[in-house]
Design a protein around this ligand. Sequence first.
Ligand code: PHB
Ligand code: FE
Length: 311
Amino acid sequence: MVTETQHLVEPGKANELGYKTFRLGQFTFERNAYFCVIAVQRDIGWNFFYGMVKFDQVFGTFNFYDNGVDMFLGKYNDAWQKSGKAYSEMFPNEKISATFKAILEDWVPPEFNPWAAPRETGSPFGRKRGGPHPAIYRKRIVTKTMIKEPRTDATHPVNEAFKGIQGKDGEMKIKPEYKERFGLLNLYDYLARNDVTWNPEIVSAVEYSLFCPTTEEYILPITHGNDRVEWFLLLNGQISMEIRDRDTGNLRAYMHMKPGDCCAMPADISHNLWAPERSMLLVWENGNPELPELIRLGKTPTTPLQEFGLS
Ligand code: PHB
Ligand code: FE
């Protein structure tokens, strides 16, 4: 597929398995039959999300929004910092996006959907055999699809794991002249029909208050480093989490969430998430673009509940 940003990409020759190598600044990306280690899809699907995406303990990206995206090696890892080996380079969002999209197009096999749970999709392993899976072009969706385009058996069948537990709408009688102004939606039913995992998508926005529910199963393929406080409310299933200091990677806590558990993640942590069964999680974000700067300047606390002594 030829895109407008293709001139920003520096691909090399294909290796013996058929996969191309890519350069970006001083970084080189390669894949073999098993490993590419980097889970580029979440960075692209989320447009680098809020803050940091770490592909392992060493390599990742940090979104500085209008100022670009910083790609780093060891910059947020205690041992690499101490040994003086940390390296990073800032790229315009457009350039790093174009390279990561080109990597996805070349490396994702036709039968492997990066948004699906492993039991629902084919193998990412082996030599190149065509591709990519069309799901790599999926964009995050927004609230109007929940209200204006109800999910049905034909468009979004209920996921196997949620059969029997999807919700049912209650009843609402609306005077005809107010038909356009009221609606009753069932979030359980909506999420039972979700066709992606680990992809918080906005279903309601009130100024900067964003409700981003998501369905989770198996492992979030990246580590997320926050640049603002975020809240989690587990609606069903279970989620385990390893929580680290964002800037050093040093372990701070383990957490196991059960349905009804609500937690607030500090702005200075990174976390890995596991869901041993398909689960529904409500992520509540404050989308205010000024927050990272306010936090950096110490004008906004990194913890959400200081008055309760939880700082
Ligand atoms: C997060 O790190 O905040 C996060 C990312 C993806 C999810 C859930 C939580 O699916
Ligand atoms: Fe996070």
